[in-house]
Design a protein around this ligand. Structure first.
Ligand SMILES: Cc1cc2nc3c(=O)[nH]c(=O)nc-3n(C[C@H](O)[C@H](O)[C@H](O)COP(=O)(O)OP(=O)(O)OC[C@H]3O[C@@H](n4cnc5c(N)ncnc54)[C@H](O)[C@@H]3O)c2cc1C
Length: 500
């Protein structure tokens, strides 16, 4: 146990050093915490000033998603201080998020704290995580403007602060598309964050319980228990599959009084899973229909508190509405005055640099190749974001090692290998121990229409591959353990239906 004790001692010695080693500009920021009134307001203008010669160079990462977290994980913290700015302090393992909505997995199993992904952020004197949104980039002066995220803390008004960077990585992701349809933001629930999954689970269980209470009319019961999913992409299909599985395995047993009222409808304007092989699409349609999911071809015109209206005039009453129709650039990305790739994403060159300015890079769903590179815009996928994060970490480490880490120091540097993306395939589960695995190479982007080559398969073996693949991709051993335990518990005892 001596190794264990010395480990504890080491970690308890390190932490108190953090403030005393801080740079003067950082002390300004820290003092804000202890000030009051106007003094606090004045010092809240503070932030992190430029690094000095001899200091480690500073990489500022905007976002804690797949791209930003993979980048931070790979950063050489001997060469750089890493500062992450994001409105959430964890990474979400999105491929398993749908499973948390119905209790197959617990929420913590799909959330990985940033401090565990890059421990230097909690330990090193110059590395930080700031719970904030970036609201602007001054690329000329190497500064980002941020605003704190103080949701839920009634006593604190949000305040602004600035951070100087040597290298800036914009990995701020994308936003759910609503296509400007009225009422979507107000009444539908998106499925992108853990709090969305929590909201879906609470609403689903609430509706189940309310529909069992005396005094609810037949019509009201049908509405409360009608779950509508809009968008037949992989997320919409996986969520519908999870939901139908939950209904067949758990609702039928534990809410026997209302089991005949609960239904899932999946609304899609075109074909479901349009990026998958034809044969897999047909298989998914058959499986979903067999599990009781009603597939409706239609376009939503209006979303009202208790019903949606389709363009053909059909009214669809709902108790739970989940919106999953793809993503588009966020207002933050739209407002950045950088050249844009097709679709409004931040334009990058072959090394993922924003070419019009110095020391700014962009990765993940918020970026796309500039048309001048001749490369197509890559799809908004975790595997693209993750590989871009890994590539850029290596590139920045190499730049740091060769003396280009500080601002404007890598201007004429030879950067070496360009970023190349090779698609490894797509997977989606359709519930009831069935999944689709599409390992063909052709669907690299929506814009490439090459002939399909490679394997595609469906059924129980695919489901096994799907689970094994994601279990190995979960970021840490801790979460891998949680996921495995949750799956085993659900298999033996059924899903957790307590509404906490
Ligand atoms: C339910 C679901 C299932 C999915 N399943 C798959 C799958 O099976 N396979 C696959 O390949 N892909 C899948 N995806 C897509 C994949 O999750 C995304 O492509 C991936 O998350 C993109 O990574 P990112 O880092 O670019 O963005 P994100 O992971 O979205 O992260 C963006 C980060 O930026 C932060 N941010 C936003 N605005 C600001 C700001 N102004 N300042 C600072 N930070 C900001 C956000 O809080 C977040 O931390 C799925 C997505 C969802 C929602």
């Amino acid at each position: 146990m001596s190794w264990f004790r010395s480990l504890i001692q080491r970690s308890s010695i390190r932490h108190p050093l953090k403030p005393s080693k801080a740079t003067p500009s950082l002390s300004l920021l820290l003092s804000a915490e202890f000030s009051t009134g106007t003094e606090a307001a004045a010092s809240r203008e503070a932030g992190l000033g430029p690094t000095r010669p001899g200091d480690k160079a500073r990489v500022v990462v905007l976002g804690s998603g797949w791209a930003g977290c993979r980048l931070m994980k790979g950063m050489d913290t001997k060469a750089y201080d890493v500062v992450c700015v994001s409105p959430r302090n964890h990474m979400v393992f999105t491929p398993l998020l749908a499973s948390t909505c119905v209790g197959t997995l617990e929420f913590r199993s799909v959330a990985e704290p940033i401090g565990r992904i890059q421990p230097a952020i909690s330990r090193e004197p110059g590395s930080y995580f700031f719970l904030a949104n970036c609201i602007g980039v001054d690329a000329q002066n190497h500064v980002v403007h941020c605003q704190t995220k103080t949701d839920g803390v009634g006593t604190l008004e949000p305040w602004n602060f600035n951070i100087s960077y040597d290298k800036l990585v914009i990995a701020a992701g994308a936003e759910a598309s609503t296509f400007g349809i009225k009422g979507v933001k107000e009444h539908a629930i998106f499925l992108r964050e853990v709090y969305h999954a929590q909201e879906i689970r609470r609403k689903l269980l609430l509706n189940l319980m309310l529909s069992d209470v005396p005094g609810v009319t037949e019509e009201e019961k049908c509405r409360l228990l009608h779950c509508v999913v809009v968008g037949g992409g992989p997320t919409g299909v996986e969520f519908s599959g999870e939901l139908s599985d939950f209904i067949m395995r758990d609702v039928h047993q534990r809410y026997a009084h209302v089991k005949d009222y609960i239904h899932v409808t999946l609304i899609e304007a075109n074909e479901i899973l349009s990026s998958f092989d034809d044969r897999l699409r047909r298989y998914a349609t058959k499986q979903l229909t067999k599990s009781g999911v009603r597939l409706v071809r239609g376009i939503v015109k209006d979303v009202q508190p208790e019903k949606i209206v389709l363009t053909d005039g059909t009214d669809v009453p709902y108790g739970l509405l989940v919106w999953s129709t793809g993503v588009g650039p966020s207002p933050f990305v739209k407002n950045l005055e950088f050249p844009k790739a097709p679709g409004g994403r931040i334009g990058v060159d072959e090394w993922l640099r924003v070419p019009s300015v110095q020391d700014v890079f962009s990765i993940g769903d918020c970026c796309g190749f500039l048309e001048s590179t001749g490369k197509p815009t890559l799809p908004a996928l975790a595997q693209v974001a993750e590989r871009q994060g890994k590539y850029l970490a290596n590139l920045l480490n190499q730049i740091g090692k060769t003396g280009g880490g500080h601002a404007n120091a890598a201007k004429d540097m030879e950067l070496g290998k360009q970023f190349v993306y090779k698609h490894l395939g797509s997977m989606a589960t359709v519930g009831r121990y069935k999944a689709l695995v599409d390992l063909r190479q052709s669907k690299v982007t929506e814009y490439l229409l090459q002939e399909a080559k490679g394997l595609s398969m469906a059924g129980f073996p695919s489901w096994f591959i799907w689970r094994s693949a994601y279990l190995t991709r979960v970021v840490s051993w801790r979460n891998r353990f949680y996921v495995a335990i949750n799956w085993a518990t659900t298999f033996v005892f059924g899903r957790d239906i307590s509404r906490i």
